[in-house]
Structures are given as C-alpha cells and as structure tokens.
Design a protein around this ligand. Sequence first.
Ligand code: APR
Length: 403
Amino acid sequence: MTDGKGRRSPADHTTDVVVLGAGPAGLVLANILLDRGIDCVVLERAGRAHVETRARAGFLAAGTVRILEAHGLADGLHRNGKLHSTCEFRTEDGRFQLDYSALGQGEQHTVYPQQDLVSDLLNRFLARGGQVRFATEAVSVQDADGERPRVSVRETDGRPVLWQGRYVAGCDGRHGAARRSLPDGVVRRHRDHGVTWLGLLAEAPPSLDAVGYAVHARGFAGHMARTSEITRYYLQCERGTPAGAWSEERIWDELDLRMRAKEFGPLLRGRIVHRSVVALESDVLEPLRHGALFLVGDSAGLISPSAAKGANLAVLEADLLARALIDDLTAGHREGLDTYSARSLAHIWRAQEFSHWMIGLLHGPSGADGESLFHNSLRRARLASLRTSRSHQDWFADHYVGV
Ligand code: APR
C-alpha cells in the first residue's frame, strides 16, 4: 500500500516469516521455525474450529513420519495413528493383496486423520508461544522482490492490516493469496484427468484390513480406513454430479456392486456424514520462489488424491523450506533458499508421475469402441503384472509409500 505520493504505508506488524495458511504445510513450517527461535506468525482465513475438524487426507508416508518425529511433532500420530501396509485390488479378474511392508524398502503408512495432525501441530505451536491469527484473510503479497515483503490482510471486522516480514511462505492452498500475487511469467503445468470421484465419509468401521481399490465397468470404487468408526469411500461419478445427488441407499448399493461384495464379503454400512465431489486434477507451478515469497504444499502444486500424496508433499516441502530459512536467518547461508524450488519440484514430479500412473491403473473408459477396449485391456495387463511380478511389486511399494 502506498500513500498518494507513492510512499509505502507503515506496516502494522513486523516479524521474520509471515506464514499464510494453517494447514499441514504452514503449521509444520511454523513449528520448525519457532523451535529454532525464528519469529513468525501464521495468518489463517478460517476459524480455529473449522481448521481442526476439516476432514481431508489420512495416509502419512514413513518419510513424512520421520520428518515429524525429527521435530518432535509425532507424539499424537504415534499414540493414536495405526500402522498400515496392505492394499487390495478387486477387478474382473478376481482380487489380490499386496503387503508393501514386505516389498521394496519395506515401509508402511501411518493412518491418522489429517484434521488430528493439524490439531496436534496447532496445539504444539500455541503451547510454545506461537502466534496464529484465525479469521484473518491474506489479500495479497506486496513487494516480494524487495527486502521487506508485506502481506495485506483483512481481519474479521474487515479492517485492513499490513504484516511485514523478511520472507513470506505461501502455504494457503490453491486459491490463496500467494498464488494470486505471483508475477507474470510463472509456468503452470496443469492436467484435468477427466475423472470425478464422490468422496464420502461413512460412520462405519472399515470393512477390510486393507485399502481397497475396485476397478469395475461402472467405474472405480475405493475404501480407506480412517479410524475404527469412520471409513472413507470413493465412487467414480459423472462430472457435474452434485454431491447430494445420490441417496445413501444408492451409494451403498453402488459400493457393494463395484467392490463385489457378493463375491468378497459385505461392506459394513453406516450413515454418510460428509460428501464432496473431487475432480481429479493436478497442477504444478514453476518456480516456487519469487523473491522473498515461497510456495509450499497445495499452493506449490495440486496433486490428484489417487495416491494420497498431497499432505505428504506439503510436510516434505515445509521441512525443506524451514531448514533453508533457518540457514539464512541464523547463519546468512542463502543456498538452501536458492535451491528450494528445484529440490521441491524434483519430489513433486516424482509424486505426480506415480499418481498419474495410479489413475491409469484404476480407471478406464466405459465405451465398447475399439479404443476403449484397447485401453481396458492394457489396464488389465498392468494389473496382471502387478499381481504376478515381484520386481513390479517392489517398484509399486516404494512409490506407493514414499514421497
Ligand atoms: N489467507 C489465509 N489463509 C488462507 C487463505 C488466505 N487468503 N486462503 C486459504 N487459506 C488457508 C485455508 O483455510 C487452509 O487452512 O490456508 C490453509 C491451506 O491448508 P491446506 O488446504 O490443508 O493446504 P496445505 O497445508 O498445503 O496441505 C496440503 O494437500 O491433499 C491435500 O489434504 C491435503 O490439505 C492437504 C493438502
């Protein structure tokens, strides 16, 4: 903001790092910074209750857990999370399970609802004296090219406020202020995978001890445990289907059909407590640094949920950026900040590649034309290879559980 004579208006608050967004990316970053004595603030558009109850992902890779452990942020997930290492494929050719703890590097997932992780990270940050401003929406990032970038913010009462820092971490997701403030010339690589899922949370215990992937002529269905009382299901649907379009009975009947419950055992039914429509899309921005502004997590790149990589990438990038910021702010070493974008993008593209491969494994066109039939035969061959080839299984395991 400038006055009528082009002078910058004074900032209302100053800190070292202004963190936008209190999701996994922003809160991991802020915790690591505060732990090393770096002054920071987290500005979050939503209220606290919303942030702590928003159901999202739930599968943490072993590498993610190691990062959280290294910073003392893993107590809750060790206490209440569940180790998980099996996935099951159900197709027209029968079913098979892969125990990925016995394949490849032998790593496992920890199943821990993302809102519980966010709640742990938040409580830890606040207990250490960290500052989170809820109901505070970042509007834009200004002067990112200068020494003193600023974030203009709208507080609950609508009052405009300016925060100034040495750096700004854009952890505010796909529609946040960081993305809106980027200069021209940022490259955005985008793909709409042309597939839509109805994402469901059921008040029902998991029906199998594995993540279930069902490939069916009527479309994909997925089963993922969250807790002993809550299970996440996915049902592929037509693009444009409203979230509320299907009755609970239709949802369960369709899940039964696609997951071949008659053949492989019934699904435990329960109330559908949350539903949303997820269009499988990916996009990645480049570079992830613009002067003093850095993009982290969903704001850096959106990944389709087919391989549950989103939250894991967010934690990994937050750790990379935190270490680079600490090196700069405590020792004047800039190299980590200079290479943050390239290092993060290398991880992001590996994850995108696997996630894209998973989409091809789990979905096929429904038509009976030659091209659809060809595609579906390739998919069956790919699944057959995964079912029978140990080297293919090792490759799968390492990519499935790694970031
Ligand atoms: N100002 C302040 N906060 C904002 C703004 C804004 N203009 N816009 C969005 N936010 C907040 C959102 O309310 C949210 O709390 O930024 C936060 C972003 O958090 P997430 O969406 O959880 O994104 P991130 O931390 O990058 O986590 C990665 O990948 O697969 C997904 O489910 C996974 O949510 C996870 C995400």
